[in-house]
Ligand binder design. Structure first.
Ligand code: ZN
Length: 191
């Protein structure tokens, strides 16, 4: 939102004067419908209405990326190598990064894991890992699935990071609901 605000302030500077009018939702039906149509399928009415497809975001993307790079993580040396060829000074470490980098691809500053089958998987850093596990495990559609199922769902959603199974096991152990409603085995083990 901050980037949109600065964009708007830049635009305002180009006008001699301007006036902001609040339009009630009930009075904005036509514009509202038009914007919704354009976001779905507009080919059938493209003859009557001029539609311009914006190929670039109206807000410079790199402003968002600057915020993300502040996080210290294992991704940083790999990103540095892939974007500018910068390697750590220590030879063994440099070799390790070079070798690891074979599995990755950098698209617009975002790191992806190359996969032989299926889509590229987007890497997430430590800050987002636990959020993703919780969201998939117990979020809106969460079924409190076990670690294996949770990991499969995260990968289906297009995300990946090393040790994701281990992290899922640890995070799911903290789930209050799973602790309370886990099945209790009353039958003694047979030896
Ligand atoms: Zn749970």
């Amino acid at each position: 939102m901050a980037s949109y605000l600065s964009q708007e302030k830049d635009l305002i500077r180009q006008f001699f004067s301007f006036n902001i009018v609040h339009i009630k939702r009930s009075e904005n039906k036509y514009a509202d419908t038009l914007s919704k149509l354009a976001s779905t399928n507009f080919e059938h009415f493209a003859k009557d209405i001029r539609v311009e497809v914006l190929k670039h975001s109206s807000v410079p993307q790199n402003q968002v990326l600057v915020i993300q790079t502040g996080v210290e993580s294992w991704m940083i040396p790999i990103k540095a190598y892939l974007s500018s060829g910068t390697l750590p000074k220590e030879k063994a470490e440099a070799r390790k990064i070079k070798h690891k980098a074979l599995n990755y691809q950098l698209n617009d500053g975002v790191l992806y894991r190359r996969a032989f089958l299926g889509p590229l998987l987007r890497y997430v850093d430590a800050k987002d890992e636990n959020y993703l596990i919780r969201e998939i495990h117990e979020g809106i559609c969460g079924l409190h699935a076990g670690p294996r199922m949770t990991v499969a769902k995260i990968m289906n959603a297009g995300y990946y990071w090393p040790d994701m199974h281990l992290d899922a096991v640890q995070e799911i152990r903290k789930c209050d609901s799973c602790q309370r409603h886990a099945p209790i085995h009353c039958i003694p083990k047979m030896n």
